[in-house]
Design a protein around this ligand. Structure first.
Ligand code: FES
Length: 177
């Protein structure tokens, strides 16, 4: 490279231009770094917020919510032969529920207020199904899902445990979110 070229490339018009140039470079850098810092902070904050809600989001996606129900003695096994049902209240006295010992020997319990317009549902042994007589709503007894008629949502599931021949309600699950 010739001296002319070097001189040409390094020519500065004036000191004030140099100052302006430097100032402009600094401002550009400042803006760039401020923007980058802002973006980093924003992304970090969003990720932290997102991660903190993951358990709730997953549960919401799965449509599961649980009540902290007290463990409540509901009945003795020998009081409820297969093909029979009984009513009780859970988790509070104002939450009507139905416990069913199905013809297939399964023990299930749900809150019994129909998810259409709150009429009580009954176990129909002959069809092994839960029936709401108000508008002929039907629910699958094995999972509480609506299978026919107006109801669109499943019945809240009451979790059960059997210990020493005694049936206990231990919690309630809403599965639609
Ligand atoms: S209230 Fe149960 S079907 Fe309407």
């Amino acid at each position: 490279m010739t001296n002319e070229c070097k001189k040409g490339r390094n020519i500065k018009d004036s000191t004030s231009d140099m100052v302006n140039l430097t100032k402009n470079v600094d401002q550009t850098d400042d803006l760039k770094y401020n923007r980058r810092a802002f973006l980093k902070t924003a992304v970090g904050a969003s990720m932290a917020l997102g991660l903190s809600t993951v358990p709730f989001s997953v549960r919401a996606m799965m449509g599961i919510a649980e009540d902290e129900g007290e463990r409540l003695e509901v009945a003795r096994m020998d009081e409820l032969p297969e093909g029979n049902s009984m009513t009780f209240n859970y988790p509070t006295e104002s939450d009507a529920a139905i416990l069913v010992h199905t013809v297939n020997g399964e023990l299930v319990a749900y809150n019994s207020a129909c998810t259409h317009l709150m009429c009580p549902v009954f176990y129909e042994k002959e069809s092994d199904i839960l029936l709401c007589p108000c508008h002929k709503g039907y629910f699958d007894v094995s999972n509480g899902q609506p299978v026919a008629g107006p109801p669109q949502r499943e019945l809240p599931l009451i979790e059960l445990e059997v210990e020493n021949g005694i049936i206990y309600a231990t919690g309630r699950k809403y599965r639609h979110g």
